[in-house]
Design a binder for this molecule. Structure first.
Ligand SMILES: Cc1cc2nc3c(=O)[nH]c(=O)nc-3n(C[C@H](O)[C@H](O)[C@H](O)COP(=O)(O)O)c2cc1C
Length: 381
């Protein structure tokens, strides 16, 4: 299949993956209202077209998370990449690093941070879920330090997990082992099966050495999920801030009030995120929430963005509304599931071209110019 945009990659992923995994990636919680709003609300802003400004060269480099990056986006944390393509985390990291951008590894990953560090030398961030057993958290932080992680993303919108009805229907939610029925369904996707067999038995890399988590990714993930601390509060953010010397980012902020508290707690940045519409169904889209948060925080804390990004124009809109950089989620995961490292590379190349062309057609030559122009680059529809 000729993949020329994210939607093509989504379709290729749908054909290649067993349905249980495609639906896990693609779906949202309950009625999927917020999942759809994340996409639909980008259309509430139009791009201002300006002309005759010599756009023969365009520079997409910009600064976010304390570093200069050649592109205004990075790969956000997505669980179980190694189940969508053999060696998925390493494949995604290699594609990201070849493009010069960072990847944030999810706690729920097949490759451990150490494995990832061996495979690639580019910038790595780590996404942390706080566990009620603090010894596990200590161990995860130690792993992050050892791997040279400088930025920790604490996910704050998932202390309890919402219901994703596609997962309930497919039996993903309660999955701890592969039944004969599921095995038969998996075998309807032979290319994927072959890829998985070649990669070896998947495990959750961060806890694979702990026998109490059982064997294999399904059992380990189920144990790990049950240990996510549902009592997580701002006090834990204070405690983490005191212990983690690197950059601390709170991921999953959707209200100006929480953004201000994050700033007061000493977080370096927030990600305006609703977990890709997978948690509180009925809450606002991230693009609708972004301007209010940027206004309230008045530059006192860096604001990143994710949710629904499938086009270069979406990235341009988020940056114009005040995000310093954006995190890709499903966009790169569809590419990974469709064609491994090459699939991620293709998505990154497409988005790069789309951002560059969009910028030029708006009469601008750089991301920094876009950031300076800010909301004047957009009009409400
Ligand atoms: C399949 C899947 C798994 C995810 N796993 C995690 C995770 O382990 N940790 C986390 O902080 N966010 C996770 N997310 C949320 C993403 O980091 C991101 O917020 C979201 O995907 C952005 O929306 P988008 O996919 O529409 O771009 C996951 C998202 C998906 C689709």
């Amino acid at each position: 299949m000729n993949i020329i945009n994210v939607e093509d990659a989504r379709e290729a992923a749908r054909r290649r993956l067993p349905r249980i995994f495609f639906d896990y990636i693609d779906g949202g919680s309950f009625g999927e209202e917020t999942l759809h709003a994340n996409r639909a609300d980008f259309a509430r802003w139009t791009l201002v077209q300006r002309v005759l400004n010599d756009v023969s060269t365009r520079d997409l480099a910009t600064r976010f998370l304390g570093a200069d990056h050649p592109l205004p986006f990075m790969l956000g944390p997505v669980g179980f990449l190694g189940l969508y393509a053999g060696g998925g985390e390493i494949a995604a990291a290699k594609a990201a690093h070849a493009a010069g951008i960072p990847l944030c590894l999810s706690t729920f990953s097949i490759a451990s941070l150490a494995k990832l560090r061996q495979a690639t030398t580019g910038p790595l961030a780590f996404q942390l879920y706080v566990m009620s057993d603090r010894a596990i958290g200590d161990e995860l932080l130690a792993q992050a330090r050892e791997a040279g992680v400088d930025t920790l993303f604490l996910t704050v919108d998932t202390t309890i997990t919402s219901v994703r009805e596609r997962d309930v229907r497919n039996g993903f939610r309660s999955l701890t082992r592969i039944s004969p029925g599921l095995g038969a369904r998996l075998m309807t996707r032979p290319l994927w099966c072959f890829d998985m067999l070649r990669a070896g038995m998947p495990e959750v890399g961060a806890v694979a050495h702990r026998p109490e988590f059982g064997k294999g990714v399904l059992e380990q993930a189920s144990h790990l999920s049950r240990r996510i601390d549902t009592r997580l509060s701002w006090r834990d953010v204070d405690a983490l801030r005191a212990r983690w010397p690197g950059r601390l980012v709170l991921k999953g902020i959707l209200s100006p009030e929480d953004a201000l508290t994050a700033r007061a707690a000493g977080a370096d940045a927030i990600v305006v995120s609703n977990h890709g519409g997978r948690q509180l169904d009925g809450t606002s889209s991230t693009i609708a929430a972004l301007p209010g948060i940027v206004d309230a925080t008045e530059g006192g804390i860096e604001v990143l963005f994710d949710g629904g990004i499938r086009r270069g124009a979406d990235i341009v809109k988020a940056l114009a509304l005040g995000a310093s950089g954006v995190l890709l989620g499903r966009a790169y995961v569809y590419g990974l599931a469709a064609a491994g490292e090459a699939g991620v590379a293709r998505i990154l190349a497409h988005l790069t071209e789309e951002v560059s062309l969009t910028l030029g057609l708006m009469g601008m030559r750089s991301i920094d110019e876009l950031k300076a122009r800010g909301r004047a680059a957009l009009r409400p529809r």
